[in-house]
Design a protein around this ligand. Sequence first.
Ligand code: XIL
Length: 363
Amino acid sequence: MLTLAMAAGGCSATGTGVPTASETTRTSLPAASAKPRCRPAARCTTRRLADAAGVTFGTAVSAAHLDEGRYRRTIIETFNSVTPENAMKWASIHPEPNEWNFDPFDRIVRFAGAHHMQIKGHALLFDQVDGDSTPDWVLAIDDPDELRAAIADHFTTLMRRYRGKVDRWDVVNEPLERLGTGQYDSHFRAVLGDDYISQVFEIAHEADPSARLFLNEAAAELLPAKAAALVALVERLRRAGTPVHGVGLQAHLVGGTVDAAALGNLIGRLERLGVSVAITELDVPTGPGPEAAATQADTYARVLRACFRTQCREVTTWGFTDRYTWIDTFLRPGLAPLPFDADYRPKPALEAIRRELAAAASG
Ligand code: XIL
């Protein structure tokens, strides 16, 4: 197995490998000629492989762990992008009408800035109430104008504060029923009407016309009927002229496997609607033991391959160490869904990811 020292080791780079400030906020990928090369791949950090491939390889992070040396070091060596796991959810960052709790996300922004990483904003609006992310004071607003004003204030404050630092935003998270195909019956939909998604994307676009705006959805990569519903929703939004620029597929692969052909097909269908597609919350709960680890590695590889075969150029994992994973509470403990174990040792999944990044870099 690859050792951490190896994964973290130096590499003979022919470019500087350090993005400039403007590169960290760019909205398009670096030109092929600007890719920092790194050879041989075995001696490059995972992050350098991602940079060399011109792809975004990210992870969800929690400010609470950023003081931990191994946590920080592993992120720095492995990823070129971060997403706040919870720090930017409405209930965390704006718990009362006049109370803002910027500090946890500010710490993530400082960390990412110091290490020239991209930052994704997640999530301006989280539809599902059991995501526990919308504060009660927002759920209590039942006048449409008042709710629109609250959303505009929330979006504008965040998008202006983090302009030039956050380069893309999840504007609406999980608008579809978790296991079904209909639109989720959220508070926002109940108060603003069925076209509330268009309304909130317009609000976000007005708050920062240069921002890349994403709709993020769960389980479409697992449920064919939900995939069709997502494509239909995005098609409706695009037809209506809604400023939605990207779709995130979360990819919490709860069964431990994925139908890679179906995933590639879904990405292609979405891309043909004119949006860019990213894998935004990848984790692969399989359990302990070498067999599970091998299945898991194969699944990670399939997802990266399906993404890179299309125009998709972002894969973000939902955390990176089995020490801290939401799967422990969402499903059950011990499913070890991430590429590093609880002691930050790289697992076969990391080797598989590195192979795919190296292939993308040389392809
Ligand atoms: C999860 C976090 O990982 C947990 O720590 C929190 O308790 C609940 O939310 N889809 C999403 C993420 O878009 O925001 C969720 O994150 C996981 C599912």
